[in-house]
Design a protein around this ligand. Structure first.
Ligand code: 5GP
Length: 189
């Protein structure tokens, strides 16, 4: 997606350890016009899939997910990173955070993900795939089906994309980062 790639090259910043900072337009300050274009592209790429719900993980996945849900008039659910005391019928999975280098639990109420649901998962980044695998575990626990997974940015030099594609999952990433070596951003054409 040309617009996104140009924006990453213009405003993205590289950090030690292979981390790309995009907090001026995705992760902290958000650009709604770009986010809408991102959602339009996801809708186009998943047009052949059948799904009735959009799912993400808080917090950075919520903006693109809600834009997709809005365009398709579908409900959007997000897995929470802290277990609310009031949550009933909880599904939960353990995830290792790449950026925070620690484990955390994601949870979701069974009330909003049920057998028969077909889910499109949307998130900001795909790195080692741990967050995505946690989301798949929640979908499995609910007895729901995964229709596809869309990521704004995939860091192709990490293993997540390979793991998910090897499972036969329909993956779409709008920008593929081939390398962040020497703090230079190399995006695939
Ligand atoms: P994974 O679970 O695939 O290793 O990492 C995915 C999650 O980690 C994303 O949801 C995102 O929040 C975070 N993440 C991974 N790599 C990066 C990165 O380079 N930059 C930012 N901002 N977040 C990242």
């Amino acid at each position: 997606m040309k617009l996104l790639k140009e924006r990453i090259l213009q405003d993205g910043k590289c950090f030690e350890g292979g981390i790309l900072k995009v907090d001026s337009f995705i992760n902290h300050q958000m650009d709604p016009t770009l986010m809408k274009a991102i959602a339009v592209e996801f809708v186009r790429r998943f047009a052949s899939e059948r799904f009735n719900k959009v799912m993400t993980i808080e917090a950075s996945g919520i903006a693109p997910a809600i834009m997709v849900g809005f365009l398709l008039d579908l409900p959007v659910i997000f897995a929470k990173k802290k277990k609310p005391k009031t949550m009933e019928h909880m599904l939960s999975a353990r995830v290792f955070s790449f950026t925070k280098e620690r484990e955390y639990d994601i949870c979701l109420s069974r009330d909003f993900l049920t057998p028969g649901d077909r889910v499109l998962f949307i998130d900001d980044f795909l790195a080692n795939g741990n967050a995505a695998l946690g989301a798949i575990e929640l979908i499995d626990q609910a007895g729901a089906q995964l229709a596809g997974m869309g990521f704004i940015i995939e860091k192709a030099f990490q293993q997540g994309g390979g793991i998910l594609r090897d499972r036969g999952i329909h993956i779409e990433s709008l920008a593929m980062i081939d390398s962040l070596d020497n703090c230079r951003i190399h995006i695939r054409d």
